[in-house]
Design a protein around this ligand. Structure first.
Ligand SMILES: [Zn+2]
Length: 286
């Protein structure tokens, strides 16, 4: 617990009573078009699938207008997902802005936004078999965009030991294999993840980040619609269901399955979202 060293001002209570204001007026964004996405997913045909081995990662591509699912098989397992524009790795998933626009945890109807200067939906979540979970009594939810990804640097900082199968390293190796990059170059493209199936929150007493055993079970899946051509990488976290630890070989770990689908529905007027139309002037003309 933090102890305050500063005497509260006389109007402390009044200052604390300022009403919370939602930072972003996301209600003003085009609403999730449930009818469109339900029609798209109502006529799905499996195109390909792959299995991500435990404590490892695999990369895969998803063409714009296709769907993909990340599915639990064999046992409860958390997955760390990276997403890039398949044609430009500098445009990638923006975990922080996705959190600020939607919430600490994402579900059906939420979009996964890309980094500046692009800021457009890379993917839209179209189905979530864990949406029943909501917020539990600890304040935790599922599919986290508040954590980052387990990595060997933080592990070394805290334990002084090397571990090479953290999600950060798994994603790095997967991108190396997919794109023929060096480990050093690939690592620079790995970014904060969507923690698929991960159940997390902030402790009410200290506001520290906590995790608890994921409620995911075999058969559960999270489904996405690819808004642009995507390159993705998914790591089956060494933490398994993240109910105890991570960054070691102790927790039971299971594979994850990725399924890629095309839709039989005519997408009609649908087009990939354009990158932000902001001029990028940044005040240089002032
Ligand atoms: Zn991990």
């Amino acid at each position: 617990m933090r102890t305050s060293r500063t005497e509260p001002p006389p109007d402390a209570a009044e200052r604390r009573r300022a009403p919370p204001v939602t930072v972003y007026a996301v209600d003003e964004l085009p609403a999730y078009d449930a009818a469109f996405y339900e029609a798209v997913r109502g006529d799905m045909a499996l195109v390909s699938e792959l299995v991500v081995p435990p404590r490892d990662a695999r990369a895969f591509t998803v063409p714009a207008g296709h769907l993909f699912r990340i599915a639990s098989i064999e046992g409860p397992q958390v997955g760390d997902l990276n997403i890039w524009n398949a044609h430009d790795l500098s445009e990638r998933f923006f975990s922080g802005k996705t959190r600020a626009l939607h919430a600490t945890h994402v579900s059906t109807g939420d979009r996964l936004w890309s980094t500046l200067p692009h800021l457009r939906p890379l993917a839209t979540i179209t189905h979530d078999t864990l949406d029943w979970y909501g917020w539990d009594e600890d304040g935790a939810g599922v599919h986290d965009v508040i954590g980052t990804r387990c990595d060997p640097y933080t592990n070394f900082l805290l334990k002084g030991t090397e571990y090479h199968h953290c999600c950060h390293s798994n994603l790095t190796r997967a991108l190396t294999t997919e794109r023929g990059l060096s480990i050093e170059d690939a690592e620079l493209h790995v970014h904060d993840v969507l923690n698929v199936f991960m159940c997390t929150g902030f402790r009410r007493d200290t506001h520290q980040y906590f995790m608890k055993a994921s409620p995911v079970r075999p058969g559960d899946f999270l489904e996405f619609f690819a808004e642009i051509d995507l390159l993705c990488a998914l790591s089956a976290c060494p933490g398994g269901d993240c109910g105890a630890g991570h960054s070691d070989d102790v927790s039971p770990c299971y594979p994850l399955k990725v399924e890629i689908y095309r839709t039989g529905k005519d997408l009609g007027e649908w087009r990939s979202p354009r990158p932000s139309m902001y001029s990028r002037d940044h005040g240089r003309g002032d």
